[in-house]
Design a protein around this ligand. Structure first.
Ligand SMILES: NC(=O)c1ccc[n+]([C@@H]2O[C@H](COP(=O)([O-])OP(=O)(O)OC[C@H]3O[C@@H](n4cnc5c(N)ncnc54)[C@H](OP(=O)(O)O)[C@@H]3O)[C@@H](O)[C@H]2O)c1
Length: 331
């Protein structure tokens, strides 16, 4: 395993990490979730990603039970939660203050995550989306207080604009608060703009790290959805993912040509499309960790091979990718 600093912070995160969205507490059994985490930990993965909203809070509970049963020292792993949609998400509508980034909900969601994950502190605690109805100063102050209380080690954002992240840094500087350390954006061959262009100054000016999500575009970059949403996958078996099924149906037509070119280049490079796509994410030095998703242990084991694949992506291959996968692309 390779370890990278989370931006300019001193904490080391494995270049590949494991997330629980869709899978834990929903698509897969708790036993498979435990096998996934054990496989990941044994391979040197030290970061497990979670959120209050995943499986309406069940994802955190499942992960918490596994962490307790495995008996790993918290010194050896990082665990995250994210706040915004509430722990009732996709189960019932939120009551006032059960969602968003107010001080009230940020603190409540942190306490819920600590209880569900059965840990004394969250290593990373992220604002899952921007909240237009809460001032950034209020959220920054709430996060900063949690850090000072020792309940959170590093706080951050997910899918905030560069401008919103800069605002949080400015408020923190003016008010002597703890600034965000990390952003969690989508990043894959089809979604490049934010990580490569919009955030460019955040790495150099503010030392932000990134924990990037959906490196395989939810599975589209495995190639298995090339005829539309494949049977037995998240898009066809998990409730509330009708939007993803529709996306795959659309991409099967609109992205067919690019997918075929990627497969061709991957084959020429001697890599599977999966290794090629994951290694491409890992090649970006501003990516602190690539969060893998997997519904089967075999998928995770296969994906771990992406680390070795990195050295096959020469500057020439990267340039040839750029020719048909433009940086300003957005799925
Ligand atoms: N901050 C945010 O807003 C946000 C949003 C999304 C995700 N995330 C985080 O990022 C993590 C990763 O995202 P993701 O799960 O979308 O990642 P992904 O790598 O794009 O997709 C993972 C899915 O692709 C399929 N897959 C993976 N490896 C495969 C293989 N070797 N062969 C065949 N199929 C394979 C599996 O789905 P099937 O079961 O369909 O086969 C797997 O669950 C999440 O768990 C979550 O922690 C964060």
């Amino acid at each position: 395993m390779e370890y990278r600093r989370l931006g300019k912070s001193g904490v080391q995160v494995s270049a590949l990490s494991l997330g629980s969205w869709v899978t834990f507490g929903d698509q897969i059994s708790d036993d498979v979730a435990a096998d996934l985490m054990k496989t990941a930990y044994d391979a040197g993965i030290n970061f497990f990603d979670n959120a209050e909203a995943y499986a309406g809070g069940r994802s955190e509970m499942v992960m918490g039970n596994i962490l307790r049963n495995m008996g790993w020292s918290h010194e050896t792993f990082l665990v995250s939660s994210k706040v915004f949609w509430g722990g009732q998400h996709n189960v019932r509508p939120a009551r006032p203050n059960e969602e968003g980034l107010s001080r009230k909900h940020v603190l409540a969601a942190c306490h819920n995550a600590l209880r569900r994950l059965q840990v004394d502190f969250l290593d990373l605690y992220l604002c899952h989306r921007p909240d237009p109805s809460t001032p950034i100063e209020e959220t920054t102050r709430a996060m900063s207080d949690l850090v000072r209380q020792g309940k959170v080690l590093y706080w951050g954002t997910s899918e905030w604009s560069a401008q919103q992240i800069m605002q949080a840094h400015l408020v923190a500087r003016q008010c002597h608060l703890v600034p965000p350390t990390v952003e969690q954006p989508q990043y894959n061959l089809f979604n490049r703009y934010r990580v490569e262009k919009e955030y460019a100054n955040l790495y150099t000016e503010y030392g932000m790290g990134t924990t990037v999500w959906s490196p395989l575009a939810s599975g589209f970059l495995t190639g298995k959805h090339r005829q539309g949403a494949a049977d037995g996958t998240r898009a066809t078996t998990v409730a509330n993912l009708g939007w993803l099924k529709n996306n795959f149906e659309r991409f099967a037509k609109s992205k067919a040509e690019q997918l075929a070119k990627l497969e061709e280049l991957a084959t020429e490079t001697g890599l599977s499309l999966i290794h090629f796509s994951l290694a491409w994410c890992l090649k970006n030095p501003n990516v602190s960790t690539v969060i893998l998703g997997a519904s089967k242990v075999a998928q995770l084991t296969e994906n771990l091979g992406a680390l070795e694949a990195m050295n096959k992506l020469s500057p020439d291959i990267l340039q040839r990718i750029d020719a048909f996968m433009p940086v300003d692309s957005w799925l």
